[in-house]
Design a protein around this ligand. Sequence first.
Ligand code: ZN
Length: 302
Amino acid sequence: MTRVQVVEVSARDGLQNDPAFLTTEQKVELIKRTVDAGIDRAEVASFANPKAVPQMADAEGVLEGLGVIDGFSSIGLVLNTRGFHRAATTNVKEVNVVVVSTDTFSQRNQRMDSLGTLAVLEEVIPLAREAGIKATVTLAASFGCPFEGEVSIDRTVMLAEKAAEYGVAEIALADTIGVAVPADVKRRFEAVKAVSGDIPLRAHFHNTRNTGYANALAAVEAGVFILDASLAGIGGCPFAPKATGNIATEDLVYALHRSGIETGLDLDKLLEASEWFAQILDRKTPSLVSKAGVFPPAELLV
Ligand code: ZN
């Protein structure tokens, strides 16, 4: 049976651009609730400049509050070497380095060009190895850039090939602004597979144009078995105009389970966590299974 690992990103991608400022304790509770539903990997913090991304200023505090949980891998986002050194002072298990596919977006996001972010990855990988921290990469704006438009498959393949050469532990293609469609997802991942060897691939989708879930299923068909998702479907990038939520964890899990794909996650617990989260955020969230309910409904199963 096909099995997919869902990486929970609500505490990082979900909250980094959210008008609601959660307290460190609330973030820790959010992560623990998803862990209780079976999540074994989650982006819990970003070691970005706190002035640029104030929602993530308590990165160290979140990791401290979380502590070390058996069988759970915490991930910290890293945008530059300075961020890595901050991460290395915590108990974080993984650092995820962001390499942006285009120069204009890269300058806005990380104040360096695309190859500059690739150089950060090259520098961070041996440092992480020495510190006993797993280093992964997310190729941001792989499917399109808000400032430069189309991103060629050759560009994505070149960045993935370099990351593989540096010894990265996992390569993710991220549709940061939610422009991907299933055919491109398949083509692009197949092209990356040709250069990535045994390195696991991960996919990251936003549902900005309602193609996020179709893209996630297309990625699985293309042999990608690690998917990012955000509880309740919240999220967005502070440096990308009109960026909206990630695909929702509970909606993704519903689609996967009913497609016969295992995740090891407890959908009922995810729905409870999503309801709690919506109360904390004090608004309606984008996920739909949390509103419509599961199918078949529990009362028909007795
Ligand atoms: Zn994202």
